[in-house]
Write a protein that binds this ligand. Sequence first.
Ligand SMILES: NC(=O)c1ccc[n+]([C@@H]2O[C@H](COP(=O)([O-])OP(=O)(O)OC[C@H]3O[C@@H](n4cnc5c(N)ncnc54)[C@H](OP(=O)(O)O)[C@@H]3O)[C@@H](O)[C@H]2O)c1
Length: 264
Amino acid sequence: MKSIAIVTGASSGAGREFVRQLDAGIGGPISEIWVIARRQDRLDEVAASCTTPVRTFALDLTDPASFDVVSEALEAEPSANVQWLVNSAGFGKFGEFGTIGERGNAGMVRLNCLAVVEMCYRCILYMHAGSRIINMASVAALVPQPELTVYSASKRFVLDFSRALDAEMGGVGIHVTAVCPKFMDTEFLSKPGDPEAVKHMTFIGFEKPANVVGTAIRSAIRGRSMCVPSPDMKVVHVASKVLPTRFVMAAERVLGDWASRDLT
Ligand SMILES: NC(=O)c1ccc[n+]([C@@H]2O[C@H](COP(=O)([O-])OP(=O)(O)OC[C@H]3O[C@@H](n4cnc5c(N)ncnc54)[C@H](OP(=O)(O)O)[C@@H]3O)[C@@H](O)[C@H]2O)c1
């Protein structure tokens, strides 16, 4: 069987780091890595940096035709075993809902939610006991985030979808892990929308993509349905389960106001 790792969002940030660590063998032996994103030149750079053979797919995952390209490529492999599927492609726009526009708001749902469902659906047909799916959610999934409204809702979808799918597939040895990192210093924040909203939320701090990805891969190997890599966000996770949502949202607002206050 040809053991394949498929990574979306592989041209940058966490996706690129997943490719690096899977290529290094952290997730076990792999025959080929398939990398997906829109920028071909970046995918070529990623491919050149790997020792495992890499196949590049320059695809826009908000275009429904892209998933047929993936399905056709898998169909053409007589013995494909999708050992890893990592859905890392995603983006977030900060700011008031009404100011973000259709491309931003609906685009987040298309990429962060619909593309994850499509990729899982297309790839599960080629998975076997031991295969793993990692879906990048966010700590924004834990509590509704005003001024990151669609993004936080899209990541809640990823979290709930992953946990339910894990429960469905766990019986046949296929596990799905939703990863909830806090901020990472990647291209994610290069065109984020409203800078004030960004300032208001990034007070929670940043994590290193390498740590997030390593923790995510280890959690997936253990068959965990959810991974919150940062210790302080584990506390937020517990608080979000035991305290009223209204209270946690208000506390976040107060902390955000305090952290982003103008000290001049
Ligand atoms: N960075 C953070 O603070 C943070 C925190 C929590 C969760 N996350 C989540 O973690 C994941 C990875 O984010 P990151 O930090 O690595 O961001 P990033 O550096 O901006 O990477 C995003 C990746 O998605 C790809 N992408 C964007 N639009 C696409 C489209 N329409 N079709 C196909 N690929 C597309 C980009 O490649 P191309 O531009 O080449 O298409 C890029 O490879 C995302 O799901 C994000 O929501 C990020």
